[in-house]
Design a protein around this ligand. Structure first.
Ligand SMILES: [Zn+2]
Length: 269
């Protein structure tokens, strides 16, 4: 019996977006995402709400980003590789605590401010409950991260080949691998460059597709963790899912099976 892990509903492709700094242009960006059913992760500095008028207000965070993910971006946006480690720890813990107090949920993701990190910082973050962290290094391999603490996006939205990449991804039909397109940026860049059409066009083109899973960063991490945690019988024909969320399997190429959280499933049935 051939058994493959799929994304939810048996899909083999996912799209995720990651936007930094929580500036007021996120209002318009979230509206575009919502209109097209696209999910994003928003990386916020809890210590900078009152710094200027150009940031989303603390009391708006929970409502604006509902259905998306709020993740850490450090308390005050330092270049962390240059900071004492104890300060980096504080930057993460205080950002987590603050954002969790605003959203009422757990905040377990991160985007490195200015793209700065080190091997030491990655280990520290893991110990402080951060499960993934995004870099600013574009790697257009459309692959799931091999090291989630060094999660390279596919491209920035200013990539001149953004739509070419979108078309490649949308038309990609092979199912040998689970594929991911991951776009990042800052919403204020659309005002700076007067090019909101770039993200509008991208989201309209990529949204509403049956074969793409629209997910936040942490949803992908949690899903893959649940998939990895499946327990298979010795003959591979039965499976137990001890996690709380469903995991989808492709069985003998044609059949798709949802293994619900807590369920034991006979894959022959
Ligand atoms: Zn930033």
């Amino acid at each position: 019996m051939k058994v493959y892990v799929c994304f939810p509903e048996g899909k083999a492709k996912a799209l995720t977006m990651s936007y930094d700094d929580g500036k007021i242009q996120d209002e318009r960006l979230v509206e575009i995402f919502n209109k097209n059913g696209i999910k994003g992760t928003f990386n916020i500095n809890y210590g900078l709400f009152d710094r200027d008028e150009k940031r989303i207000k603390a009391e708006r965070i929970a409502e604006l980003y509902k259905g998306h993910e709020v993740a850490t971006h450090c308390l005050t946006h330092p270049t962390i590789e240059r900071c004492p480690l104890v300060n980096v720890a504080r930057e993460i813990i205080e950002d987590r605590k603050g954002l969790e107090s605003l959203t009422g949920g757990l905040v377990r993701g991160h985007a490195y401010p200015n793209g700065s990190y080190s091997e030491e910082i990655k280990q520290l973050f893991k110990q402080l409950g951060i499960e993934y962290a995004r870099t600013v290094r574009s790697v257009p391999d459309y692959a799931l991260p091999t090291d989630p603490l060094e999660w390279n996006p596919t491209c920035h939205h200013n990539d001149p080949e953004l739509m070419k990449k979108a078309e490649f991804f949308a038309n990609f039909q092979k199912r040998q691998y689970l594929k991911l397109m991951y776009v990042w940026g800052h919403s204020y860049e659309f005002d700076d460059r007067d090019n909101w059409n770039v993200i509008e066009e991208f989201c309209e083109y990529m949204g509403g597709r049956d074969d793409i899973w629209y997910a936040t960063n942490i949803e992908i991490i949690d899903y893959m963790a649940a998939a990895k945690n499946l327990k298979f019988s010795g003959d591979n024909e039965a499976v137990y899912n001890p996690s709380a969320i469903s995991v989808w399997l492709q069985v003998n190429d044609k059949k798709y099976v949802e293994v619900k959280g807590g369920a034991y499933v006979d894959l022959n049935a």
